[in-house]
Each structure stands twice: as C-alpha cells, then as structure tokens.
Write a protein that binds this ligand. Structure first.
Ligand SMILES: *Cc1c(COP(=O)(O)O)cnc(C)c1O
Length: 462
C-alpha cells in the first residue's frame, strides 16, 4: 500500500514512512492510493469479536509490509490494555434509535487515546528496529498533549515535549500532562497563548539544523496512522447494531475533521454507513462551508467545547481531495487561495460530492448546556460538552437507521461546563481519582525559540 499527498507534488511513501513524516513536503496530507474493500461476509464475520481483533483485521491491509502480523497484533494489544472498559468503545442507548459510542475509557479520558496509544507503540517498534531516537514536539490546547504524553511515557526511543499555554488549559488537562513521572516526558508551560505554542513548534520544524540534530517528529491529527486507528470503532459500533444487514448513521463532534474522516474511510471500505453528520459548536466553519460552499475562517470564539475551537480544519483537506476527484493540483489551488485571500469557494460539482458524503449542523453555547441538562433529565447520562454538541445535532438528523453519536470525552474532563449545565461536578473514574493529589512536574518557558531549543537539547541529553 502506497500513500500519496493531497497536493500531488510529494513522493509516494509506505505506511511507515507516512507515519514518521506526518505532513507531506508539498504541504499536503498523506492518503492511501486506494482503499481496500471488505465484502459483506467479511464485515459480518467481525460482529462480536474483541476490539483488538477487529482492529487487526481493519488496519492490516493499510499497514503493508512495515509490520509482521504478530508485531502489529502486539502493538494493538499494548495500546488498548490500559483502557478502563473491556469493550474499549462501548455503546450506550440514549433514545429509541439513538446510541452513544463511548470513546473516553482511555488513559486521558478522550477519544484521542485510541489513535495516540497505538501510534506510540508503532513508533517504538519502528525506532527499535533502526536504533533511531526521535524527539516528539507538539503544541496543545489540552487533549492532544495529554494523550501524546500518556502514549509515549516510558518508551525507550522517544522524548516527548509538549508546549501548552500557561494558565489556559483546564486543571484536569494540566495535571494529566504534569504528573507522569517518566524522565522522557516534558510538559512545558509557555508564557503565551495556544497560537504562540503552535507557532514556536512550527519554527522548530522550519529550523532544519535543529530538526536534524534532535530528530524532530510530530504526531498531530493529520498523521494518517491516527486516522486509521479511528476507523476501527465505526466498524465495532456498526456491526453491533446490525451491519452489514442494516445501515447505521453517525454524528461526530468535529474540529480538525480527523475523527469524522475515519468514518468516511470505513464507509469506503464497504461498511454500510448511511449518513455522516458533522457537528460543530459556534466555531461553525465546516457547517457553513457545507451549506454555502464558502470556506472562510472568521476567528475563534472560545467555547464550552474547547477541543473543537478551530480556525482551520486540517483534515478537511482529505475530504476536499476526494471531492475533487483526487486532483492534487485543484486542492493546492484552494489552499493557496486560503493563504493568499483568506478563504475559498467550492465549485458546484465538488460541493455536491461533499454534501452527498456529509450532512452537518451546529450547536450554540446555550444549546450545548441545555442538551447536557435535557439528556441528564431524560436518561441519567451526563455528557461532556463536545458530546452534547453532537447529541444536539444528531437529534435533528434522526431517521430510520440507528444513529450513533460519538461521545468524544468523559464529562469529568470538563467539570466547569457540566456544572454550569446541571449543578453537579462529575467525579473522575476510580482509576485516576488521585489525579489531584499527584505531584506535578512542569517547566516554565518564555515564548522564545532559542530558549526552547536550548531547553530541548539539554533535556533530551539528560
Ligand atoms: C479532538 C477532539 C474533538 C474533535 O475531533 P477532530 O478529529 O479534531 O474533528 C472533539 N471532541 C474532543 C473531546 C476532542 O478532544
């Protein structure tokens, strides 16, 4: 299996190379040259299998020669062993034909653990064979950084440095980054906001001498291996609800479009997915684009669902590539327009294709909190604010197929928003109930490239 760039001007790579590279050299995102298909019988055979077995069968055709069967099975087993639920991604019924897919039983209580835990194991395996050592540097507004630290803590061939804006992440998010004791993880509280964190990481990647010296690598949401890991739970959910004999709809709380794009990949593999519904908060650029054809970032408004507060939705480029008949030149032109004129307008044909693939809706702040309160009253379930955005939008798209809304985080990760909605602070699960007692270890750093590079050189050598 080869991977090609959405902008058509970077060399095709293997799975392993695409995973290690992240962003293509032409600025594009890697996608598989073709999507392997599963027959209805093969899908039926997945029903009821353990999550790890489904993961192996779904991912195996995409990973190619990079990993042997036993090695891949081992990575999958280690990735999900620490989850707090035997089903990994259990379904809970919310209404007559509406289900929640709980994706928050991983170590940092958000769905990003599904991909990040696996990518940690795959990196370790790949680096162990070559004897290479990498330095992972990332910027986070909360969930990605904690998931990356959990995934790479204690691994032998990787140092991980996460920059977060000092004083601007939730206490649970901060503690998840600052309490791991392993010497290869480094939480850095930057004197700046999230955009500063992202800008300094970008600067480091553009400092080629530094980049080569420390073996810089990224694991942000555009990494194809992360998308692939997320395909699996669409399959376990749909087969549990009757696929391949019955189609299933999904609603996905969306920011960078990685999670919902995984649903699109599952559909292209042959899973009978009826509708894929993009749910956005008040930062509704994707909903507006699907309705009007105009993609124009207007500035981020902070919301109760911060992991969906985005300006530019990076994985949307993969959907644009598909909608333009996999024409990399066309995608490169749109991205140049975005950079040079602040937006782009889709032609009628690609817009039509996008609308065939994706429905959409949005939830205001008031609607998000009202949905947490309503669902609590109707069912006793307590939703996180991201999931509440999804449930609000899903309710507008209920049809004959079962609807599955992805529950992307545990409510205890966002206690302030939940308390504002229902007056109750949701407790942390037992296995991390002592999070508030564990000692924190954090390095404060100025918003300065040279100082950050010196810090990273110093710490990774230690
Ligand atoms: C990252 C995140 C999202 C958005 O997922 P994308 O793949 O970026 O669309 C939604 N909810 C939570 C809790 C997240 O952490």
């Amino acid at each position: 299996m080869r991977y090609v760039s959405t902008r058509g001007r970077a060399p095709a790579l293997t799975f392993e190379e695409a995973m290690m590279t992240g962003l293509a050299r032409d600025g594009g995102l890697y996608v598989p040259e073709s999507v392997p298909a599963l027959s209805p019988d093969e899908i039926a055979a997945l029903a009821g299998l353990p999550y790890e077995d489904v993961a192996f069968r779904i991912m195996r055709p995409f990973t190619g020669e990079a990993f042997g069967d036993d090695a891949l099975r081992g990575c999958i087993a280690r990735a999900y062993a620490g989850f707090g639920h035997a089903a990994r991604a259990p379904l809970v019924q919310l209404g007559p034909n509406h289900f929640l897919l709980e994706l928050f039983h991983g170590p940092t209580l958000a769905f990003k653990d599904f991909a990040m835990q696996l990518i940690g194991q795959l990196f370790e395996l790949s680096l162990g064979r070559t004897g290479r050592r990498l330095t992972i540097v990332g910027a986070t507004s909360g969930d990605t950084g904690s998931a990356a630290i959990e995934a790479f803590r204690g691994l032998a061939n990787v140092d991980v440095f996460i920059l977060f804006p000092r004083g601007r992440v939730s206490e649970v998010q901060r503690r998840q980054m600052t309490t791991p004791v392993e010497p290869n993880v480094h939480a850095i509280a930057l004197d700046g906001d999230f955009d500063d964190c992202q800008a300094r990481v970008k600067d480091m990647f553009n400092d080629f001498a530094f980049r080569d010296e420390v073996g810089l690598a990224g694991v942000n949401s555009i990494n194809w291996a992360r998308v692939l890991a997320q395909v699996v739970y669409y399959v376990t959910a749909a087969t549990a609800l009757g696929a391949p004999h019955r189609a299933v709809d999904f609603t996905v709380p969306t920011g960078n479009f990685g999670d919902i794009y995984a649903g699109r990949v599952a559909q292209r593999m042959g899973l009978p997915v009826g509708r894929l519904v993009v749910a956005t908060n008040q930062n509704d650029i994707l909903d507006r684009c699907l309705r009007t054809g105009e993609y124009r970032p207007t500035g981020v408004l902070p919301s109760a669902s911060p992991s969906m507060d985005i300006q530019v939705s990076s994985n949307f480029e993969r959907a644009l590539f598909d909608a333009h008949g996999r024409d990399g030149e066309a995608v490169a032109r749109l991205m140049a327009d975005l950079r040079e004129t602040g937006g782009f307008r889709l032609a009628p044909e690609p817009l039509g294709r996008l609308r065939e693939a994706f429905a959409s809706g949005r939830a205001s702040e008031a609607e998000t909190l009202a949905t947490i309160a309503r669902i609590r009253a109707e069912t006793g379930e307590v939703l996180c604010p991201h999931t509440a955005v999804g449930v609000k939008v899903a309710a507008e798209h209920l049809g004959r197929n079962p609807m599955v809304t992805l529950a992307t985080a545990h409510p205890a990760k966002f206690p302030e928003a939940v308390e504002a909605a229902i007056g109750i602070r949701p407790p942390l699960p037992n296995r991390m109930a002592d999070l508030y007692q564990r000692p924190e270890r954090v390095t404060e750093a100025p918003n300065d490239l040279a100082a950050l590079e010196a810090l990273i050189r110093d710490r990774r050598a230690a």
